[in-house]
Design a protein around this ligand. Structure first.
Ligand code: MRU
Length: 349
């Protein structure tokens, strides 16, 4: 298997695999301009909550390197503006804001340093965040792999693998860890309309890992569950509110409702950086609305009548009561989340 990475820092450049072109082409974009990183996040060249977080930190580091002032206070003020610009790239994945808060805190902590040292510190921090994401996901995956058994038929939605993270993956990481532990199982991959992250990316990653999968239209999950051909569902998350309500790719909520109806466990896998304990419940999570053309067309080809109105909500919110467990690097939280998430909230503060 030729290794790949979603994003890396290479000689003061950001290098990222352009996920818009997968699986047909594997092309890496390289840039020293943080505006390109914003565009890459906005257009989903890089996507998936943890990967967006790392991209934001690296984008901020590029922005810092390009600043010309030698005055630390002026530097901090301009760096804040850059972070504000990056924060506007996408609204739902909280990892974006988490990462920007973290790099700004680092900048503040070193406010007395020379600007050149501050820049070096921010570059280092972005690289640490990439490494940490790998470690976090491996821990999370080890905790989570116990939910997959020999012969399990796992259903997943969207893409949560190494592409969607700094490395290894979250929900897909759980599957990877189970596979590496010697369990043999198979995966139903929802195609994930409208941008087909399942069809284009999850299939590509599972194929590379050698994990057997079958691609299905999103609408097929109900029938497969009714026929007793799904044992569990595992998905990722873009933001988890304080009560466990979880925003993830549009269509996730449907999977959760179906799973409950058919008595099938439904798990969410996400690092603690995806929790937003400032929000009491999912009703407060900002849900991105993207261009209607992503729904009326497919890969640049129009499929609906030219004037067809379309609504393109990129995410939905699954109520916590439909979630059997939330898998993180700290372990698997069980319902009721109002109490089980409390120690994690303290850990994050
Ligand atoms: O719009 P996307 O492709 O960024 O949406 C991604 C998802 O919804 C993922 O499931 C989520 O970010 C978890 S990625 C480990």
């Amino acid at each position: 298997m030729i290794p790949y990475c979603s994003i890396c820092w290479d000689d003061n450049k950001v290098r990222l695999l352009d996920q818009r072109l997968l699986p047909q082409q594997e092309i890496y974009l390289e840039t020293t301009d943080y505006h390109d990183v914003i565009e890459a996040i906005r257009t989903l060249a890089i996507r998936g909550a943890p990967a967006i977080g790392v991209a934001a930190a690296m984008g901020a580091a590029l922005g810092a390197l390009a600043l010309t002032t030698e005055d630390p206070q002026e530097f901090l003020s301009q760096f804040k503006d850059i972070c504000r610009e990056i924060a506007a790239a996408r609204p739902t994945a909280v990892n974006l804001f988490w990462a920007l808060d973290r790099v700004q805190k680092v900048a503040q902590e070193h406010a007395a340093a020379k600007v050149s040292d501050l820049k070096a510190r921010l570059v280092t921090e972005a690289q640490i965040m990439l490494k940490e994401d790998d470690t976090t996901n491996r821990h999370l995956a080890q905790h989570g792999q116990v939910v997959i058994h020999e012969g399990s038929r796992v259903l997943t939605h969207c893409n949560t693998g190494a592409l969607a993270t700094g490395a290894y993956g979250t929900a897909l990481g759980v599957m990877r860890a189970a596979w590496e532990a010697g369990k043999r199982f198979s995966v139903w991959v929802d195609e994930t309309r409208p941008l087909l992250q399942g069809a284009r990316l999850t299939t590509w990653e599972l194929g590379r890992l050698g994990i057997p999968y079958t691609l299905i239209p999103d609408g097929a999950a109900a029938t497969l569950m009714h026929q007793g051909r799904v044992d569990l569902a595992i998905v990722g998350a873009d933001r988890i509110a304080g009560n466990g309500d979880t925003a993830n790719k549009i269509g996730t909520y449907s999977v959760a409702v179906l799973a409950r109806h058919h008595g099938i466990p439904f798990y969410v896998a996400a690092p603690l950086s995806t929790f937003d304990f400032s929000l009491p419940d999912g009703g407060h999570i900002p849900v991105e609305e993207r261009a209607p053309e992503e729904v009326t067309g497919l890969h640049g080809h129009k499929v609906a009548p030219t004037a067809a109105p379309a609504l393109n909500l990129a995410f939905d919110v699954t109520p916590n009561e439909l979630i059997s467990g939330i898998i993180t690097e700290a372990g698997i939280a069980q319902p009721p989340y109002a109490s089980s998430l409390k120690p994690w909230k303290q850990r994050k503060e």
